[in-house]
Design a protein around this ligand. Structure first.
Ligand code: ATP
Ligand code: MG
Length: 406
């Protein structure tokens, strides 16, 4: 009897030793959590791989979920049969007949992992290939550039037969590499930075600065929607909403108009660092991309970054806007990001923001405010509004299942 399974391949081949066991345990937990809505599934774990038995569940719906699970490199729908030549041949034929669109050329690659099997890999290539050819007259063999590669793996527990590999998100299982605070604005970049950080195994808590009532309720809603989208990938996400109004007004009063963005960014980092300490996070993630705007020149990044002692992670720093937009579209944040609501920083954007701010002058401006600045930072931290967003609606997956990530 042929059995319908999904073969899931895990990522980061470089992980060795004890870390590997931890990685794989976390992966299995993530996959099970992601597929909790499919109770008939059963799981079998082997070294570096996970097999999921479908037991009648719909493969396409499962695939739609699996492609977004961090740490999965790729997966395949496989047929499993007994380690028996006739069974393997029958499974091979069934797999080939289900390839859509029907291929014109193919090649067979057999891997005999279970050595007691009576035919070696070479013999099996011929035995299986000849059977498929005999039963599918329009098909030809092409060993160099076949339309379809039919894979047969003879393992101790049975033989797996499949003809396609689907790419998934890759990276590390969520949370494996610790926790970071994500500076989440309503723009295109920071949600992408958040997704990339999560893909690298970071659990992320988002921090958003608003200047309500100068910024609107819709602007806040927009950020909630973006965080909700990130929750789709994370299972759930915390969003800390920080009132920046008083602090921003105070900074504007220092009279350093061209430095206002630098000053605001530094205060954002100060507040975020305090939140990070409270929340046990060891890094801050931003959507900065080198040279994109005045606050993202090297000079600005230097003066702004000096404010925090935590590692500042900037996943997009070397990427072009078009590359960033492509990912934003794939992860389903782009449409929300381009909605026209104002950001707290756009309220005070000067005509000519400093592209190379002077650290000494910036620090002097802050000193000018003295304890008042400390007080306002403390006040912002103390009045944070935290909401937790969960991925209730996992059915609205953003990207089509068959696409590669990059
Ligand atoms: P984005 O598209 O992410 O808003 P951007 O190109 O508009 O980026 P900036 O607005 O200069 O660039 O912001 C740079 C980074 O600073 C953002 O990616 C984000 O991480 C952080 N940031 C900016 N504004 C806010 C905000 N209101 N709340 C939280 N973080 C912010
Ligand atoms: Mg922005």
């Amino acid at each position: 009897m042929n059995d319908d399974w999904v073969l899931v391949r895990f990522g980061e081949l470089t992980i060795k030793g004890r870390n590997r066991g931890r990685f794989e345990d976390m992966m299995v937990r993530q996959v099970k959590r992601t597929l909790a809505a499919f109770p008939a599934l059963t799981y079998q774990k082997t070294y570096g791989r996970l097999y999921i038995r479908l037991n009648g569940e719909d493969y396409n719906r499962i695939a739609d979920r699996l492609k977004d699970v961090f740490g999965i490199v790729s997966f395949s729908r496989v047929l499993r049969c007994e380690n028996d030549l006739q069974e393997i041949r029958a499974a091979a034929l069934q797999v080939m007949r289900e390839v859509d669109p029907a291929p014109r050329t193919f090649k067979v690659t057999v891997k005999r992992v279970w050595k007691p099997f009576p035919h070696d890999s070479q013999e099996m290539n011929h035995l299986v290939g000849a059977h498929v050819l005999r039963n599918t007259p329009e098909l030809k063999v092409d060993v160099r550039k076949p339309d379809t590669e039919l894979k047969v793996e003879i393992q101790p527990e049975g033989t797996y037969v499949y003809a396609g590999v689907q790419q998934a998100a890759g990276g590390f299982p969520l949370g494996m590499n610790g926790k970071a605070m994500l500076l989440l604005s309503g723009g295109i970049d920071s949600p992408v930075a958040g997704w990339m950080a999560m893909r690298k195994g970071l659990e992320v808590e988002a921090v958003h600065f608003h200047s309500y009532p100068f910024t609107s309720e819709q602007a806040k809603e927009k950020v909630v929607t973006l965080a909700q989208r990130l929750a789709y990938y994370a299972g759930s996400i915390k969003l800390h909403l920080v009132s920046f109004t008083d602090l921003q007004t105070k900074l504007a009063q220092t009279g350093h108009e061209h430095l206002i963005i630098t000053l605001m960014r530094r205060s954002m980092l100060r507040i975020t660092q305090k939140l990070a300490e409270q929340r046990g996070a060891l890094a801050i993630v931003t959507g900065d991309s080198l040279g994109q705007v005045a606050s993202q020149t090297l000079g600005s990044m230097h003066v702004i970054g000096r404010e925090t002692t935590l590692p500042l992670l900037r996943p997009l720093v070397m990427m072009d806007k078009l590359e960033i937009i492509r990912i934003a579209e794939k992860i389903g944040t782009f449409e929300t990001s381009i909605l026209p609501y104002e950001d707290c920083c756009t309220l005070f954007v000067p005509k000519s923001p400093a592209t190379n701010p002077n650290l000494r002058i910036v620090e002097k401006a802050e000193d000018q405010l003295g304890e008042e600045l400390d007080r306002l930072v403390e006040q912002a931290v103390a009045t944070v509004e935290t909401i937790e967003l969960t991925a209730e609606s996992r059915s609205d997956a953003p990207a089509p299942a068959e696409e590669r990530w990059f």
